[in-house]
Design a protein. Sequence first.
Length: 235
Amino acid sequence: MKTKSQKTKKAVQKKPVTKKSAKKSPSKKTAKLAAKSSKSSKAKGKGKTKSLSKQVREGFETIAAGVSALFASPATDLVSAIKKDHEGLRRFIKVMKDTERPMAERRQAASLFSSLLKSHTIAEEKAVYKPMESKSDHELTVRIEEGYVEHTAADRVMADMEKATEADVWTAHANVLAELVEHHLDEEEEEMFPLMKKQIPKNLEPDLIINYLDLRASTQTKITDENAGVLNSFQ
Ligand SMILES: [Fe+2]
Ligand SMILES: [Fe+2]
């Protein structure tokens, strides 16, 4: 019987192609077009008029499938593995902030966002921040400390958002959470990762990626046996 680590290693080495990701490979452009509902009132082909809510709902499914497809290709280095999560988080944030969409859909996006953010931050702290703390780069250490603080702040706002029942209160929390996380992702990518890259010995990078993906797999709540940690469950 294979261990979890062996399974993850296999996922890193081989290109996993699921039926779902093979079937659906929507581009950003497709998602944008699907979301732009007001000017295209007639359904293509059959000439029937689609309701606004129907078109918006399809737009979200396209976005969710797009996030799933992100994880179908193997990560070649640690930063690109982390950036896949970041890209997924940014796509869900767009839906959460979109007041044109029904609340149910924005909450559904928030649920997927929360699941992804929780497993991302756990994996990032244990498999990335922790080993990098021991490096003697003062600027990197400060960036890592900032990262911990921002993770904790996002956790707090996310917990309050999940408790909010009133739409305006939920929206206020979602907006603050979105700003906080967008700022955090930008700062990691622009300031922390360039410093971190200089500190990662090439021979250790495969182990770091495997540790990161293992932790993602063990903490991700919306997974299947096939994808082992890859977000692709959208109910
Ligand atoms: Fe982070
Ligand atoms: Fe991150």
